[in-house]
Design a protein around this ligand. Structure first.
Ligand SMILES: *[C@@H]1O[C@H](CO)[C@@H](O)[C@H](O)[C@H]1NC(C)=O
Ligand SMILES: *[C@@H]1O[C@H](CO)[C@@H](O)[C@H](O)[C@H]1NC(C)=O
Ligand SMILES: *[C@@H]1O[C@H](CO)[C@@H](O)[C@H](O)[C@H]1NC(C)=O
Ligand SMILES: *[C@@H]1O[C@H](CO)[C@@H](O)[C@H](O)[C@H]1NC(C)=O
Ligand SMILES: *[C@@H]1O[C@H](CO)[C@@H](O)[C@H](O)[C@H]1NC(C)=O
Length: 755
């Protein structure tokens, strides 16, 4: 129960709870981990000041309305909890509300003026965490969303984490500076690392050993700047009572290591998504965990981090086997590998706990059968591993793995791929999944988490998921969604409520089991030859899991309620997003008609539909241009702002443009295998990238009909690929400020296409 009549504050609390029925020994191990982590926490006075800092930044008008107090866990019988009460007033203008917890912060949206904050009944509100941890981030979020952030933006994010009660965030920034130091001790020079690290926008994949050198090299300025940033991030996390999760060594090493240690067991991995295995990016080097050097490097890396940051955590992420299977499936061998990986971590920090993304058990389930899974999970001492059930809202592994064979795990929502913008969600599963998992027989669940590849979309999904860290009963979404809409816009408008009700049953009820990745044809134009009669090589499908006409109806209602909400920025954001969603799905139908016209050789219909498709791209660009949250310019300028010289400027802008378009390498006739993986519905990309792409594609279709020839896909690619590469290298400016009125534009587009 976090929403009172008005939704105003939600305390964060980072105290840690523990009544969960893992097997006894695991339970004890987790208990002692919790105690150890408590002992690393900042002093109560530091945390109280940090909580006031959040309030000062978000709600300066109410600085004197609240008081924060850190209390001992004993208040809740040893459990984690927070309490909100009215302050016993002793003087006029004194604080009205007191928030107690082991750590603190406040969330605001439509808050009554100081002096009229609500009165609580009886003893106020008391909320216990049902599970100790609330985890945040995927290992790739650092690249898809955070890559260009400065401290100002990071500070907002850490504030947000505090408000959502996140207490176990990944802290991955700046690790290349640590690697540079570590490898130096192994006689690897900074120059040797130029072909090892990826560019700023591709660090996540270089860290995982998927690629090397792409977008690089990193300048010393970058390395130093990011380390400074990391220290700011970690200190703020600590002040707010969070436990940062630091990286560890997974075996990924620079090529130069093979020369310095010629007898080390180093294998070259296979190709990961390049067009033609160019060794500059392809095929990284993996040091075998069974080689003694593995433990040496692993230990050195942990020690170097402790030296830089202090004794701030015992939890380390390691994903050695992510999209990279061990050479044999022999369980004994896998157990040896797992034990060596853990040894590398624990020699640097004797209390270390290995946190692993459980993605491999889903993505590579043909390799990770029960014996292999069990061997890996049980290769470390009891209680020294925590697994993330990464995609639990759609494909929960806990149900079929005897709860990870006794290993404590965190129920995570994956939700997003590539930082794509698409309205999507599975609210019912989020509102009930964590509760089902926790109360299931012999549950080993120890936390909830958010593991999305990219952020900054679908606020409703993040809101609900965050609440699950504090809810011990399933959420009745029907009721919850009403209160959400009132909190979000500051008032109750019946048409808007009705619209949300529809969205709950359509967009936010995706039950087809398909991982949502925006494949709408505008953003991911099929690289495909429609002349083919081979139906099995059929057109790539866009994801559609609801009747589009229902959602058009929701848009109509949403617009109708708009007269009352013209001043609400959250309403404007949602209106744009919904209009974009409706138009983009509509454009998919138009595209299919265009293709069908081509196949039936109806040139007039082809012209009509292709023109309409192109017009939709322009219209959506115009719509998105009316809100600061949907601008390509923001992304590009934030990248450029980090540069200190012209070559960095050029490099960072190329990195930023490339990640959201081609992503990876191309040759004359082949697009990157990852093209449009991180596609974005941002004003600027539509008009200047998606539009010329679709336009040249349709001209090739039309020309081939005119000349009664087969469509020449290769010719289109030969034209398109250099156009894309030129755009990636470009430096033309894009707006960073919205223009136009979202309500007027959205209304006009609705009428243009649907009335
Ligand atoms: C690094 O180089 C120095 C000087 O050549 C040498 O003494 C040392 O043994 C080398 N260290 C390693 C780990 O190879
Ligand atoms: C581009 O890569 C593709 C796929 O590997 C290959 O078949 C083709 O020959 C390459 N084209 C050129 C021009 O190198
Ligand atoms: C839970 O554990 C008990 C004791 O080990 C076992 O008998 C029971 O079958 C388990 N239940 C499930 C659903 O796994
Ligand atoms: C979501 O879809 C499933 C499958 O069609 C259906 O059973 C369920 O009732 C729907 N839930 C909502 C909230 O509409
Ligand atoms: C919405 O606006 C109309 C007309 O301006 C007004 O009569 C009505 O009271 C408003 N409704 C709400 C809930 O604010």
């Amino acid at each position: 129960m976090l929403n009172f009549n008005y939704p105003l504050l939600q305390l964060l609390i980072l105290i840690l709870t523990f009544s969960f029925p893992v097997t006894l020994s695991n339970h004890e191990a987790i208990q002692s981990l919790l105690h150890r982590l408590d002992s690393k926490r900042a002093l109560p006075s530091v945390q109280e000041t940090a909580a006031r800092g959040v309030l000062r930044r978000l709600l300066p008008t109410h600085l004197s309305s609240f008081e924060f107090k850190i209390v001992s866990k004993d208040v809740c019988g040893g459990n984690s909890c927070f309490m909100i009460n009215n302050h016993k007033k002793t003087r006029h203008n004194g604080p009205e509300i007191i928030i107690k917890g082991t750590t603190g912060g406040v969330q605001t949206s439509s808050i009554p003026k100081p002096g009229s904050l609500p009165l609580f009944k009886d003893d106020g509100v008391k909320i216990k965490r049902p599970v100790p941890w609330n985890y945040y981030q995927n290992v790739v979020t650092s690249s898809y969303s955070f890559v260009w952030w400065d401290w100002e933006r990071w500070e907002k994010e850490v504030d947000w984490m505090a408000l959502q009660g996140v207490n176990l965030p990944l802290a991955f920034t700046g690790q290349e500076a640590i690697w540079q130091e570590v490898f130096k001790d192994f006689n690897i020079s900074s120059e040797d690392l130029n072909s090892f690290f990826g560019g700023p926008a591709f660090l996540a994949w270089a860290r995982m050993g998927n690629l090397h050198g792409w977008g690089g090299p990193l300048s010393q300025n970058w390395l130093d700047q990011q380390l400074v940033l990391q220290k700011q991030i970690i200190s703020r996390m600590l002040e707010l009572g969070m436990t940062p999760v630091l990286p560890s060594f997974s075996g990924n090493v620079p090529a130069a290591l093979t020369k310095i240690f010629p007898s080390a067991k180093i294998t070259r991995l296979g190709d990961w998504n390049t067009v033609d295995a160019d060794p500059r990016w392809c095929c990284t080097y993996l040091l075998d965990p069974s080689d003694p050097l593995f433990v040496e490097i692993g230990e050195a890396f942990i020690r170097k981090q402790i030296k830089e940051y202090g004794d701030v955590t015992d939890i380390y992420n390691c994903d050695t086997f992510n999209e990279n299977s061990p050479p044999t499936s022999d369980p004994d061998y896998i157990a040896t590998l797992g034990a060596a990986v853990y040894q590398g971590i624990s020699k640097g920090d004797k209390d270390a706990v290995w946190l692993m993304q459980g993605w491999l058990f889903y993505s590579d389930s043909s390799f990770w059968k029960p014996p292999q899974m069990k061997a890996l999970l049980q290769s470390v001492p009891v209680g020294k591993m925590i697994v993330l059930d990464l995609f639990a809202e759609v494909k929960p592994i806990w149900k079929t793995s005897f709860q990870f064979y006794g290993t404590p795990y965190i129920w995570c929502m994956l939700h997003n791929f590539g930082g794509n913008l698409e309205m999507y969600g599975v609210l019912d599963a989020i509102g009930s999944g964590p509760v089902d998992a926790r109360v299931s027989a012999n549950s080993t669940m120890v936390g909830v988490g958010m593991c999305m590849e990219g952020i900054e979309h679908n606020p409703i999904v993040f809101e609900l998921m965050s609440e699950m860290a504090f809810r011990d009963e399933k959420v009745k979404i029907n009721e919850w969604i009403k209160s959400y809409s009132h909190r979000r816009y500051g008032k109750a408008i019946h048409q808007v409520d009705a619209a949300w009700e529809i969205l709950y049953h359509t967009i936010y009820n995706c039950t087809d089991g398909i991982a949502d990745h925006n494949h709408d044809y505008i953003a991911m134009l099929p690289d495909w030859d429609p002349s083919t009669n081979d139906k099995s090589a059929g057109m790539p499908q866009a994801h559609l899991w609801y009747p589009p006409e229902d959602v058009i109806k929701a848009l109509q209602l949403f617009l109708a309620g708009g007269k009352n909400l013209t001043g609400s920025l959250t309403y404007r954001y949602d209106l744009i997003d919904l209009t974009r969603q409706v138009l983009s799905k509509f454009a998919n139908q138009v595209y299919i008609k265009a293709i069908a016209s081509f196949q039936t050789e109806n040139i007039d219909a082809l012209h009509l539909n292709s023109h309409k498709f192109l017009q939709l791209i322009k219209d959506i660009d115009l719509l998105l241009a009316s809100d600061d949250n949907f601008l390509l310019g923001t992304w590009l300028e934030s990248a450029k702002k980090l540069a200190v010289n012209p070559s960095e400027l050029k490099q960072y802008e190329w990195n930023a443009r490339t990640q959201v378009t081609m992503w990876f390498d191309t040759n004359e006739t082949t697009q990157s295998k990852l093209h449009d993986y991180a596609n974005k519905f941002w004003s600027g990309i539509l008009e200047n990238y998606y539009l010329p792409r679709a336009s040249t594609y349709f001209s090739h279709l039309s020309e081939s009909l005119k000349h009664n020839e087969k469509f020449n896909l290769i010719e289109w690619r030969k034209q398109w690929i250099p156009m894309s590469n030129k755009w990636q290298e470009g430096n033309e400016l894009y707006p960073v400020k919205a223009k136009g009125d979202a309500l007027t534009i959205s209304q006009a587009l609705y009428e243009k296409y649907f009335s």
